[in-house]
Design a binder for this molecule. Structure first.
Ligand code: DX5
Ligand code: ZN
Length: 223
Protein backbone atom coordinates (compact mmCIF):
# COMPACT_ATOMS: atom_id res chain seq x y z
CA UNK A 1 0.00 0.00 0.00
CA UNK A 2 1.25 3.46 -0.91
CA UNK A 3 1.48 6.13 1.79
CA UNK A 4 -1.05 8.95 1.86
CA UNK A 5 0.47 12.34 2.68
CA UNK A 6 -2.10 14.85 3.94
CA UNK A 7 -0.70 18.33 4.68
CA UNK A 8 -2.73 20.19 7.29
CA UNK A 9 -3.75 23.62 6.07
CA UNK A 10 -3.97 24.69 9.72
CA UNK A 11 -0.28 25.58 9.36
CA UNK A 12 -0.83 27.55 6.16
CA UNK A 13 -1.53 31.26 5.65
CA UNK A 14 -5.31 31.58 6.12
CA UNK A 15 -5.36 34.85 4.16
CA UNK A 16 -4.23 32.91 1.07
CA UNK A 17 -5.97 29.58 1.57
CA UNK A 18 -6.67 28.77 -2.08
CA UNK A 19 -3.07 29.41 -3.10
CA UNK A 20 -1.78 27.46 -0.12
CA UNK A 21 -3.85 24.41 -1.11
CA UNK A 22 -2.85 24.79 -4.74
CA UNK A 23 0.81 24.77 -3.64
CA UNK A 24 0.47 21.13 -2.53
CA UNK A 25 -1.61 19.93 -5.48
CA UNK A 26 0.21 17.27 -7.42
CA UNK A 27 2.57 16.50 -4.53
CA UNK A 28 0.11 15.64 -1.73
CA UNK A 29 -2.66 13.04 -1.75
CA UNK A 30 -5.18 14.80 0.47
CA UNK A 31 -5.49 18.28 1.99
CA UNK A 32 -6.20 17.87 5.71
CA UNK A 33 -8.74 20.41 6.94
CA UNK A 34 -8.89 20.90 10.72
CA UNK A 35 -12.33 22.09 11.82
CA UNK A 36 -12.34 23.25 15.47
CA UNK A 37 -15.33 24.71 17.26
CA UNK A 38 -13.95 26.34 20.42
CA UNK A 39 -15.98 23.78 22.37
CA UNK A 40 -14.73 20.25 21.76
CA UNK A 41 -11.27 21.86 21.65
CA UNK A 42 -10.35 25.37 22.85
CA UNK A 43 -9.18 26.49 19.44
CA UNK A 44 -11.40 27.95 16.70
CA UNK A 45 -10.47 27.51 13.05
CA UNK A 46 -12.63 27.18 9.96
CA UNK A 47 -16.02 25.69 9.20
CA UNK A 48 -18.40 24.70 6.47
CA UNK A 49 -18.56 27.96 4.43
CA UNK A 50 -14.79 27.98 4.04
CA UNK A 51 -14.73 24.32 3.03
CA UNK A 52 -17.47 24.96 0.48
CA UNK A 53 -15.55 27.88 -1.04
CA UNK A 54 -12.22 26.08 -1.00
CA UNK A 55 -13.75 23.02 -2.66
CA UNK A 56 -14.26 25.11 -5.80
CA UNK A 57 -10.64 26.31 -5.83
CA UNK A 58 -8.84 22.96 -6.06
CA UNK A 59 -9.21 19.37 -7.18
CA UNK A 60 -7.25 17.79 -4.31
CA UNK A 61 -9.36 15.48 -2.09
CA UNK A 62 -10.27 16.99 1.28
CA UNK A 63 -9.62 15.05 4.46
CA UNK A 64 -11.84 16.87 6.94
CA UNK A 65 -10.96 16.39 10.62
CA UNK A 66 -13.85 17.51 12.76
CA UNK A 67 -12.80 18.48 16.27
CA UNK A 68 -16.33 19.49 17.17
CA UNK A 69 -19.12 18.70 19.58
CA UNK A 70 -22.22 17.01 18.15
CA UNK A 71 -20.75 15.64 14.91
CA UNK A 72 -24.03 13.78 14.24
CA UNK A 73 -25.55 17.16 13.55
CA UNK A 74 -22.76 18.80 11.58
CA UNK A 75 -20.66 16.13 9.85
CA UNK A 76 -22.98 15.13 6.97
CA UNK A 77 -22.88 18.66 5.50
CA UNK A 78 -19.13 18.28 4.97
CA UNK A 79 -19.73 15.11 2.97
CA UNK A 80 -22.37 16.95 0.97
CA UNK A 81 -19.89 19.78 0.39
CA UNK A 82 -17.64 17.32 -1.41
CA UNK A 83 -15.19 16.19 1.26
CA UNK A 84 -13.46 12.94 0.30
CA UNK A 85 -13.13 11.74 3.89
CA UNK A 86 -14.89 13.06 6.99
CA UNK A 87 -13.40 12.13 10.36
CA UNK A 88 -15.22 12.77 13.64
CA UNK A 89 -14.02 12.18 17.19
CA UNK A 90 -14.92 9.09 19.22
CA UNK A 91 -15.11 11.26 22.34
CA UNK A 92 -17.86 13.40 20.78
CA UNK A 93 -20.03 10.72 19.24
CA UNK A 94 -22.47 8.33 20.91
CA UNK A 95 -23.05 6.11 17.90
CA UNK A 96 -20.02 6.08 15.59
CA UNK A 97 -21.37 3.26 13.42
CA UNK A 98 -24.57 5.16 12.69
CA UNK A 99 -22.66 8.32 11.80
CA UNK A 100 -20.23 6.39 9.61
CA UNK A 101 -23.18 4.94 7.70
CA UNK A 102 -24.73 8.40 7.33
CA UNK A 103 -21.47 9.81 5.99
CA UNK A 104 -21.06 7.02 3.47
CA UNK A 105 -24.64 7.54 2.33
CA UNK A 106 -23.87 11.25 1.93
CA UNK A 107 -21.01 10.40 -0.40
CA UNK A 108 -17.81 10.51 1.66
CA UNK A 109 -15.53 8.07 3.37
CA UNK A 110 -15.99 7.82 7.12
CA UNK A 111 -13.24 8.25 9.68
CA UNK A 112 -13.06 7.92 13.46
CA UNK A 113 -10.49 9.91 15.46
CA UNK A 114 -9.04 8.78 18.78
CA UNK A 115 -7.62 11.57 20.94
CA UNK A 116 -4.54 11.31 23.15
CA UNK A 117 -6.33 10.26 26.33
CA UNK A 118 -8.71 7.77 24.73
CA UNK A 119 -7.87 4.07 24.52
CA UNK A 120 -8.43 2.44 21.14
CA UNK A 121 -9.45 -1.04 22.32
CA UNK A 122 -13.20 -0.30 22.66
CA UNK A 123 -13.26 0.88 19.05
CA UNK A 124 -11.48 -2.05 17.39
CA UNK A 125 -14.84 -3.77 16.86
CA UNK A 126 -15.97 -0.81 14.75
CA UNK A 127 -13.17 -1.01 12.18
CA UNK A 128 -15.30 -2.84 9.56
CA UNK A 129 -17.64 0.16 9.44
CA UNK A 130 -14.86 2.72 8.92
CA UNK A 131 -12.70 3.79 5.99
CA UNK A 132 -10.12 5.58 8.13
CA UNK A 133 -9.09 5.62 11.76
CA UNK A 134 -7.11 8.63 12.90
CA UNK A 135 -4.81 8.13 15.84
CA UNK A 136 -3.84 11.46 17.40
CA UNK A 137 -0.13 11.59 18.19
CA UNK A 138 -0.74 14.77 20.24
CA UNK A 139 -3.69 16.15 22.17
CA UNK A 140 -6.10 17.51 19.55
CA UNK A 141 -6.45 21.27 19.37
CA UNK A 142 -3.31 22.97 18.12
CA UNK A 143 -0.67 22.53 15.46
CA UNK A 144 3.03 22.59 16.20
CA UNK A 145 3.01 20.27 19.22
CA UNK A 146 5.62 17.60 19.91
CA UNK A 147 4.97 14.07 18.57
CA UNK A 148 4.14 11.50 21.26
CA UNK A 149 5.72 8.14 20.33
CA UNK A 150 3.78 6.31 23.04
CA UNK A 151 0.63 6.83 20.95
CA UNK A 152 2.03 4.38 18.41
CA UNK A 153 0.92 1.43 20.54
CA UNK A 154 -2.60 2.32 19.40
CA UNK A 155 -1.46 2.26 15.79
CA UNK A 156 0.05 -1.19 16.35
CA UNK A 157 -3.20 -2.43 17.93
CA UNK A 158 -5.26 -1.21 14.98
CA UNK A 159 -2.82 -2.60 12.42
CA UNK A 160 -2.86 -6.01 14.13
CA UNK A 161 -6.65 -6.13 14.13
CA UNK A 162 -6.86 -4.94 10.52
CA UNK A 163 -4.45 -7.68 9.47
CA UNK A 164 -6.22 -10.42 11.41
CA UNK A 165 -9.60 -9.46 9.96
CA UNK A 166 -8.21 -8.55 6.52
CA UNK A 167 -9.77 -5.09 6.67
CA UNK A 168 -9.28 -2.33 4.15
CA UNK A 169 -8.82 0.68 6.39
CA UNK A 170 -6.45 3.60 6.32
CA UNK A 171 -4.59 4.13 9.59
CA UNK A 172 -3.84 7.83 9.86
CA UNK A 173 -1.58 9.63 12.32
CA UNK A 174 -1.90 13.32 13.15
CA UNK A 175 0.31 15.54 15.26
CA UNK A 176 4.03 16.27 15.14
CA UNK A 177 4.59 14.22 11.99
CA UNK A 178 7.85 15.33 10.38
CA UNK A 179 10.99 13.89 8.81
CA UNK A 180 12.28 12.75 12.20
CA UNK A 181 9.03 11.04 13.33
CA UNK A 182 7.27 9.68 10.23
CA UNK A 183 9.43 6.57 9.97
CA UNK A 184 8.48 5.24 13.39
CA UNK A 185 4.81 5.91 12.65
CA UNK A 186 5.08 3.99 9.36
CA UNK A 187 6.88 1.13 11.08
CA UNK A 188 4.09 0.92 13.65
CA UNK A 189 1.59 0.45 10.84
CA UNK A 190 0.33 3.89 9.87
CA UNK A 191 -0.29 4.44 6.17
CA UNK A 192 -1.73 7.98 6.10
CA UNK A 193 0.23 10.88 7.51
CA UNK A 194 -0.98 14.36 8.41
CA UNK A 195 1.72 17.01 8.55
CA UNK A 196 1.12 20.69 9.15
CA UNK A 197 4.22 22.48 10.35
CA UNK A 198 6.55 20.05 8.54
CA UNK A 199 4.98 20.94 5.18
CA UNK A 200 3.84 24.54 5.44
CA UNK A 201 6.77 25.56 7.62
CA UNK A 202 9.17 24.33 4.95
CA UNK A 203 10.70 26.63 2.34
CA UNK A 204 9.41 24.28 -0.38
CA UNK A 205 6.19 22.48 0.69
CA UNK A 206 6.15 20.17 -2.34
CA UNK A 207 9.72 19.08 -1.64
CA UNK A 208 8.88 18.47 2.03
CA UNK A 209 5.97 16.26 0.93
CA UNK A 210 8.19 14.24 -1.41
CA UNK A 211 10.70 13.73 1.38
CA UNK A 212 8.03 12.60 3.87
CA UNK A 213 6.58 10.23 1.28
CA UNK A 214 9.95 8.62 0.59
CA UNK A 215 10.68 8.16 4.30
CA UNK A 216 7.26 6.61 4.95
CA UNK A 217 7.28 4.38 1.87
CA UNK A 218 10.67 2.89 2.78
CA UNK A 219 9.45 1.84 6.24
CA UNK A 220 6.05 0.64 5.07
CA UNK A 221 7.70 -1.44 2.37
CA UNK A 222 10.01 -2.98 4.93
CA UNK A 223 7.16 -3.89 7.29
C1 DX5 B 1 -4.29 19.41 15.67
C2 DX5 B 1 -4.63 19.04 14.25
C3 DX5 B 1 -3.48 18.67 13.40
C4 DX5 B 1 -2.43 19.74 13.25
C5 DX5 B 1 -1.13 19.07 12.99
O1 DX5 B 1 -5.32 19.13 16.53
O2 DX5 B 1 -5.52 17.94 14.22
O3 DX5 B 1 -3.94 18.24 12.11
O4 DX5 B 1 -2.70 20.64 12.20
O5 DX5 B 1 -0.12 20.02 12.99
P1 DX5 B 1 1.42 19.61 13.14
O6 DX5 B 1 1.73 18.71 11.98
O7 DX5 B 1 2.10 20.90 13.09
O8 DX5 B 1 1.55 18.88 14.44
ZN1 ZN C 1 -6.00 17.18 12.21
Amino acid sequence: MEPIIAPSILASDFSRLAEEVQAIEGAADWAHVDVMDNHFVPNLTIGLPVVQSLRKATSIPFDVHLMITDPQRWAPAYAEAGAYNVTFHAEACEDPVALAKTLRAAGSKAGLAIDRDTPVEPYLELLPYLDTILIMTIKAGFGGQAFMPEMLDKVRDVRRRAQINDLEIRIEVDGGIAADTIEQAAEAGADAFVAGTAVYGAADPAEAIRNLRALAAARMGGA
